[in-house]
Each structure stands twice: as structure tokens, then as C-alpha cells.
Design a protein around this ligand. Structure first.
Ligand code: SF4
Ligand code: SF4
Ligand code: SF4
Length: 171
């Protein structure tokens, strides 16, 4: 076994032991809602209470989950958002509207402490699913996400074997 392969094997073994799928705690809304201005009540807290989750049912990527508060949020643990408009079209109470379409309000970042590539192990699992080519590898290692290109679609997250890609609030 070559030195690099040995190092990769050992490092991957260590990662295997440490690998744990984190729970997404941040509430990320589908990308079609109207911003609430001061004094207004959020439409999610009114209209969604009497809805059977039409948006979640319509999402072919199955990334919309209806929470205990009966409002929808995105879960990137299995797939990502194609910005297909289906959830907005399905939302007859008009909480989600195509006219309010915007990028998903979240920052997708790589946790360097969990990423195998930052440990010297060759891995490009997140690169292929990124249609925006937003993940920069320097000399084939140390990937970072270029926020100016990233649409926060979340497709890279479920492809990372180390669960190193996380969703954070926009700074
Ligand atoms: S379809 Fe609209 S009203 Fe129904 S849960 Fe989804 S966002 Fe709320
Ligand atoms: S835009 Fe399409 S893929 Fe994205 S959350 Fe809505 S239905 Fe799902
Ligand atoms: S979340 Fe950003 S980096 Fe990840 S696949 Fe989508 S555009 Fe690319």
C-alpha cells in the first residue's frame, strides 16, 4: 500500500468512527414566501394551520417537512431543491407564491473539521451534484463553497459521506 493510500485508509477509518448524521435544526422555508414586515403576522402561522401540507405533498424531491407547528421547512438530508415552483403552485392559501420566488434563505457551508478532503483524503462526492460549480477545490483538496455561486439548493449535503456540509443562517 502506497503512503498516501495508507494515510487515506487510516484517516477514513478515523472518520468512519466519528461520522454522525447531524440533525438539521435551522428552519429553512421553501423559496417562495413573502418577508414579514414589522407588525404583520407571519402567514405561515395563520394559513398553514388549516392546510394539510399541500406543498409537502407536491414536492417531488420530498424535502418539505411539516413541523409540529404545522408550517413547512426544507430538509436536505436526502435531496435538494430544484426550484421547480411546484410547492408554490400547490399552495392554494398563497403562503407560497411564485411571484415571491427567491434563493433559499440559508448558507450552505463545509465544516472543515469533518470534511475528509481537508484531512488529505481525496473525495469529490459533493462536486458532481453541484450544477452551479460552486464548490472550489484547491489542488484537488480543501473544498470551500463559493457563496456568490451557491443557490443553497442543498443537493451537495446528502452526498457528503462525512456529513460535513451544513446549513447555517445567512450572516
Ligand atoms: S401549502 Fe401553503 S398553506 Fe399549506 S402548509 Fe404549505 S405553505 Fe402552508
Ligand atoms: S421548489 Fe420544487 S424541489 Fe424545491 S421545495 Fe418546492 S416543490 Fe420541492
Ligand atoms: S447547495 Fe450550493 S454548493 Fe451545494 S450543490 Fe447547491 S449550489 Fe452547489
Amino acid at each position: 500500500m502506497q503512503r498516501r493510500e495508507l494515510f487515506s485508509f487510516l484517516s477514513a477509518s478515523i472518520k468512519d468512527a466519528a461520522r454522525e448524521k447531524p440533525e438539521q435544526v435551522l428552519v429553512v422555508r421553501p423559496p417562495y414566501f413573502k418577508e414579514v414586515v414589522d407588525g404583520e403576522i407571519d402567514a405561515f402561522d395563520i394559513e398553514c394551520q388549516n392546510c394539510e401540507g399541500l406543498c409537502a405533498t407536491s414536492c417531488q424531491e420530498h424535502i418539505i417537512v411539516i413541523g409540529e407547528d404545522k408550517t413547512p421547512s426544507l430538509d436536505f438530508s436526502k435531496s435538494g431543491c430544484t426550484y421547480c415552483d411546484d410547492c408554490a403552485t400547490a399552495c392554494t392559501p398563497n403562503v407560497l407564491n411564485i411571484e415571491d420566488k427567491k434563493l433559499i434563505n440559508a448558507a450552505i457551508v463545509i465544516d472543515k473539521t469533518k470534511c475528509m478532503s481537508w484531512e488529505g483524503v481525496m473525495c469529490f462526492s459533493c462536486k458532481d451534484p453541484c450544477l452551479e460549480d460552486a464548490i472550489d477545490f484547491k489542488a484537488m483538496f480543501t473544498p470551500t463553497i463559493d457563496a456568490s455561486k451557491c443557490t443553497a439548493c442543498g443537493f451537495c449535503m446528502s452526498r457528503c459521506p462525512s456529513y460535513a456540509i451544513v446549513v447555517e443562517e445567512v450572516a
